[in-house]
Design a protein around this ligand. Structure first.
Ligand SMILES: Nc1nc2c(c(=O)[nH]1)N[C@H]1C(S)=C(S)[C@@H](COP(=O)(O)O)O[C@H]1N2
Ligand SMILES: [Mo]
Length: 228
């Protein structure tokens, strides 16, 4: 989209099939309130590794470099929130400085299964996990993450659809195989926004229509579950 001299300074196109929202609503499958954050939150690294690790978040962030990043967020149901300011730690640095030396993943590891405290899970191809812009984020827009957006720690991968951006992150399970995705609104192995990899089987066009139709219901369920 070309900008005119009087128009906004920055005007970018969204990825295919996406529509901008002005807000950043709580979304996702969960119609339950956000999970309670324990006093001493821990991230567990398990699976195809020599040594499993349970890492208190306070320790995890020691020795890692804080990274601030502005990124857009794209839900597979076609809404996008733009210009979110995340702060946290590079997943690649975490992998290289913590997971590889301390856990020793098997040579043929291909993915990690990221789990949220609410039972959400996403399988993440290591090629995507090790991209430049993937963060373990603990802050959003200048404040600690709240229950709405994934306290205390969130996996943030702007190049992939929202469903790979696991909130309330509690576990990373290293794996040698990619589990078979579900048949109905399943999880794409890569879920790259730029290639519109919404679903492992379904064409993106019908998927867009289904996603759009579901947005009001999912918003309503999420709103109801966060009302106090
Ligand atoms: N733990 C957890 N992570 C999750 C979800 C969830 O329900 N639980 N929903 C996913 C989906 S489908 C989307 S679009 C985003 C929504 O993030 P938001 O609630 O911060 O907008 O979180 C993703 N990560
Ligand atoms: Mo989503």
């Amino acid at each position: 989209m070309a900008s005119t001299s009087n128009g906004p300074a920055v005007r970018r196109d969204l990825p295919p099939g996406q529509r901008r929202r002005d807000d950043f609503p709580r979304f996702g499958k969960s119609s339950l309130p956000p999970p309670r954050v324990p006093d001493d939150p821990v991230l567990a690294v398990t699976g195809a590794v020599e040594h499993e690790l349970r890492l208190p978040l306070g320790e995890l962030i020691q020795g890692l470099t804080r990274v601030d990043q502005i990124a857009d967020f794209h839900c597979v149901a076609t809404w996008s929130a733009t210009g979110l300011h995340w702060s946290g730690f590079s997943f690649r640095q975490f992998w290289g400085q913590v997971v590889v030396p301390h856990c020793r993943p098997v040579d043929d590891a291909i993915a990690v299964i990221a789990r949220g405290a609410d039972g959400w899970r996403a399988v993440i191809d290591l090629r995507d996990a090790l991209a430049d812009d993937v963060l373990l984020a603990d802050r959003l827009d200048g404040r600690p993450l709240d229950g709405t957006h994934g306290a205390p720690l969130r996996y943030v991968s702007p190049g992939q659809y929202g469903y790979k951006n696991v909130k309330h992150l509690v576990g990373l399970e290293v794996t040698r195989a990619f589990p078979k995705p579900g048949l109905v609104l399943g999880e794409h192995r890569r879920a790259r926004v730029a290639f519109e990899e919404r679903d492992p089987w379904m064409d993106p066009r019908p998927y867009r229509l289904i996603g759009r139709a579901l947005i009001p219901l999912v918003l309503r369920l999420n709103r109801r579950s966060t009302r106090t």
